[in-house]
Write a protein that binds this ligand. Structure first.
Ligand SMILES: Cc1cc2nc3c(=O)[nH]c(=O)nc-3n(C[C@H](O)[C@H](O)[C@H](O)COP(=O)(O)O)c2cc1C
Length: 129
């Protein structure tokens, strides 16, 4: 089981339809045995993907080529003994909702079991959006 973490920047010319991205991500990820988390702060994306190694490679290859974002930087890749986002085909957070506090709490709970470095990175990002 592999886990990757990357960040990217939304393409300036794109009117991003997050619902469309999420719908496709959730459909494909369920079919490919992939779980994870996507965060968006209006400018940057941060995504964690975990699942079988080949499925992660194929999925990240598609995501990399997606013109809706650019400057994709892989921050971490590691083998994990078990999933850290096991019940999310793709959890999501952005800054557009007033219930942000509750979602932030949910994310903190979700990442509580992640390794300390990853947890720090994710909660710092979540706090900012
Ligand atoms: C920020 C971002 C995150 C994405 N995350 C996923 C993902 O987790 N899984 C996925 O299959 N596609 C994801 N996509 C969409 C892919 O880039 C690609 O459009 C899609 O996988 C193509 O699927 P299709 O061939 O079934 O249309 C993401 C796109 C963006 C811009």
């Amino acid at each position: 089981m592999e886990q990757i973490l990357y960040i990217s920047t939304v393409s300036p010319s794109e009117m991003v339809n997050l619902n469309a991205i999420l719908a496709v991500a959730r459909r494909n990820n369920s079919a490919n045995d992939i779980t994870g988390l996507l965060m968006f702060n209006g400018k940057r994306f941060l995504q964690v993907l975990e699942g079988p190694s080949e499925a992660i490679d194929a999925t990240f290859e598609r995501i990399r080529r997606d013109p809706r974002h650019r400057g994709q930087v892989l921050l971490a890749r590691k083998t994990i003994p078990q999933r850290e986002f096991g019940d999310w085909s793709m959890g999501f957070r952005d800054g557009a909702h007033e219930d942000g506090g509750a979602v932030y709490e949910t994310i903190c709970a979700k990442v509580a079991d992640a390794n300390p470095n990853l947890r720090a990175e994710l909660t710092a990002f979540a706090r900012q959006i």
